[in-house]
Design a protein around this ligand. Structure first.
Ligand code: GDP
Ligand code: MG
Length: 164
């Protein structure tokens, strides 16, 4: 079976937007799992002659006591456990927040290969310097993208293939 790449991060960082960009029209399976709050969504992605299965997740709020948010976190943990490579999305507009550091801790414990992605870098030239802040997560080089503008996507996919 194909290697699995999971998109994780806090709610609203742009995970589903990136998923849709990467999935394009090639969404293979949309799986409804009864009893879960947010369904995991799967797509087959092809790049440079290779393919992998991409999983979108609902989002992780590390400290949430709320039942829905804690179920979303459990679903994300299942995706993390299943994945070969994890795309850890953060939000350039919000900047680095404490919850990102907690998600980074969760990901370190998984011992999976993690690519740190800084989304919403809509103006690469203007925003580039601000991306360096994300090195402080201690989880590797930040990869700037704009899922909305579809920029940085090819470079990101090249990095994913190196880790598969
Ligand atoms: P998710 O909760 O992580 O799945 O985030 P969504 O994909 O639902 O996106 C949350 C919000 O961020 C939406 O309003 C998107 O339009 C917006 N968004 C996603 N990607 C970008 C981006 O690259 N730039 C900007 N400016 N907004 C974005
Ligand atoms: Mg989403």
């Amino acid at each position: 079976s194909k290697p699995i790449v999971a998109i994780v991060g806090r709610p609203n960082v742009g995970k589903s937007t990136l998923f849709n960009v990467l999935a394009g029209s090639r969404i293979a399976i949309i799986e409804d799992t009864p009893g879960v709050t947010r369904d995991r969504i799967y797509a087959d992605v092809e790049w440079s002659g290779r393919s992998f299965t991409l999983i979108d997740t609902g989002g992780i709020e590390p400290d949430a006591k709320d039942i829905i948010l804690s179920q979303m976190r459990e679903q994300a943990q299942i995706a993390i456990d299943t994945a070969d490579v994890i795309l850890f999305l953060t939000d350039f507009h919000q900047g680095l927040v404490d919850a990102d550091a907690k998600v980074a801790d969760m990901l370190r414990r998984s011992h999976k290969s993690v690519l740190l992605v800084v989304n919403k870098v809509d103006n690469f030239v203007k925003d580039e310097a601000g991306v360096y802040e994300f090195y402080n997560l201690g989880i590797g080089d930040p990869h700037p993208i704009s899922a909305a503008n579809r920029t940085g996507i090819g470079d990101l996919l090249d990095e994913v293939l190196k880790d598969l």
